[in-house]
Design a binder for this molecule. Structure first.
Ligand code: FDA
Length: 417
């Protein structure tokens, strides 16, 4: 959109939505189609960059397995039940129906995950077409400099509550929707705007940390595994004490600096610094029984024997860790084989940290749901101010859940504006 000369007298809108990402675009479109005069503002050059890069360029836009009656199964936050109302009123089937209406072909991959057949660009084009249908005005790139509450004046022709000072001039609005997302991938427009605005209005924030993020390990401790970079295999990964244990059966990927892949991204949203991860490298195999049985019948080296269940590179790297494992299996002690089996089925390793917001898919934490209405996303103590999408303390699992939260919270808000 071309730059506008700033005007000095405020333009009035029923609603101003800040952040033209997944939640902001959808909310603006729905509100516009209800007949409201809507302005959508974003500071980035390009619209919806996160949709564009998501799902390997095909956008995993929702998940068919979402259980709206039990949001805690797929969402993290201080109160995952908060998202139940919005998710049950705008479901994956509703978004699929919108895709179908726009003729965007899609397919299911793994565990209910739905992707566009052609490109994430089709979904962006669909959201822009929905905005056009609602006559939404979009100012982008446009910087928001200041937001103030307007003193109510009975003589005013409009019911404006907020003045938004932008580098294209001032805007007055009855409702203000904050859809500025989280902190991940700062180079494509992520900012802490939503959190700073929450602080301006004295709204509590839940501590923010990177989620769905690769994990890193101490250089020396990682040395034996660094040679495995690029290797992927299905594992069971878990973390947490017995009472609050979380586990995922997904693919693990070794990297030069640590571990990644869906298994690690998922568990990262539950991991607490200083605590270990437990990884079963072949969850289908009873290693202790298999190795002790193989000892009776095989003359092979242990590493060779292991290749019936594990990639050869992994088997080689593992046996290098103990001289007792570098011999023919027939000559190994039962004790050594049992220790090896345990190291495969319960590999315990403590990350030193994560790759941070540069690589994280989402931000855990955000605006505390305690102060928001779960029906409308409006602040309970600040009439006309709404927070939607990732800026709220609701984070989905990998697999389309974060976009579904963006669509559903946007729809709930748009109905209430
Ligand atoms: P989103 O980040 O989409 O939009 C926020 C908007 O606000 C941006 O356009 C930004 O420019 C704008 N903004 C920020 N600060 C501003 C300011 N100061 N002034 C004005 N505008 C401002 N999820 C999923 O369900 N399936 C998937 O396949 C993926 N894949 C994926 C891949 C990668 C690499 C990442 C980083 C993330 C994903 N996600 C995902 C997560 C998903 O992208 C994310 O949860 C949603 O985009 C959140 O939608 P929001 O609209 O809340 O924020």
């Amino acid at each position: 959109m071309s730059a506008h000369a700033p005007s000095s007298s405020p333009v009035f809108f029923d609603a101003v939505v800040i952040g033209a990402g997944a939640a902001g675009l959808f909310c603006a479109a729905q509100a516009g189609q209800r007949g409201l005069k809507v302005l959508l503002i974003d500071h980035a050059e390009k619209v919806a960059e996160k949709i564009r890069i998501s799902g390997g360029g095909r956008c995993n836009f929702t998940n068919r397995d979402l259980d709206v009656r039990a949001p805690h199964k797929h969402f993290v936050g201080q109160n995952p039940q908060f998202c139940r109302s919005a998710l049950s009123r705008f479901t994956p089937a509703d978004f699929i129906a919108l895709m179908d209406k726009h003729g965007i072909a899609h397919h299911e991959k793994h565990k209910g995950q739905l992707f566009a057949d052609r490109s994430a660009e089709d979904i962006i084009a669909m959201l822009l077409a929905e905005c056009a249908a609602g006559q939404v005005q979009r100012w982008q790139p446009c910087r928001v400099k200041k937001i103030e509450i307007l003193a109510s004046s009975p003589n005013e022709e409009s019911a404006a509550s907020y003045q938004i000072d932008t580098d294209r001039g001032p805007v007055n609005a009855t409702s203000l929707v904050i859809a500025t997302g989280g902190l991940s991938i700062p180079k494509i427009g992520a900012s802490d705007f939503g959190y700073r605005l929450a602080q301006q209005f004295n709204l509590p924030l839940v501590e923010r940390t990177p989620g769905l993020v690769p994990m890193t390990f101490d250089g020396d401790a990682w040395q034996p595994y660094a040679q495995l970079a690029g290797l992927a295999l299905p594992v069971e990964i878990s973390t947490g004490s017995k009472k609050e244990r979380m586990a995922f059966n997904e693919d693990l990927l070794f990297t030069h600096r640590g571990l990644s892949g869906p298994a690690v991204l998922q568990i990262s949203s539950y991991w607490k610094p200083g605590t270990p991860l437990f990884i079963n490298l072949a969850p289908e195999v009873d290693f202790e029984a298999e190795l002790l049985a193989a000892k009776q019948r095989s003359r092979k080296l242990i590493a060779n024997e292991l290749t019936q269940w594990l990639p050869a590179r992994l088997a080689d790297a593992w046996v290098q860790q103990d001289a007792a494992w570098q011999r023919p299996i027939a000559e190994a002690s039962d004790k050594a084989l049992i220790a090896l089996a345990q190291k495969f089925s319960r590999w315990e390793i403590t990350p030193t940290g994560t790759e941070g917001y540069k690589k994280a898919e989402v931000t855990l934490g955000g605006v505390d749901t305690k102060v928001l209405s779960q029906q409308t996303m409006e602040c309970k103590n600040q009439s006309g101010l709404y927070f939607i999408g990732e800026v709220v303390d609701i984070t989905g699992w990998l697999g389309g859940y974060n976009f579904q939260w963006a669509w559903a919270s946007a729809a709930a808000c748009a109905q209430a504006l």
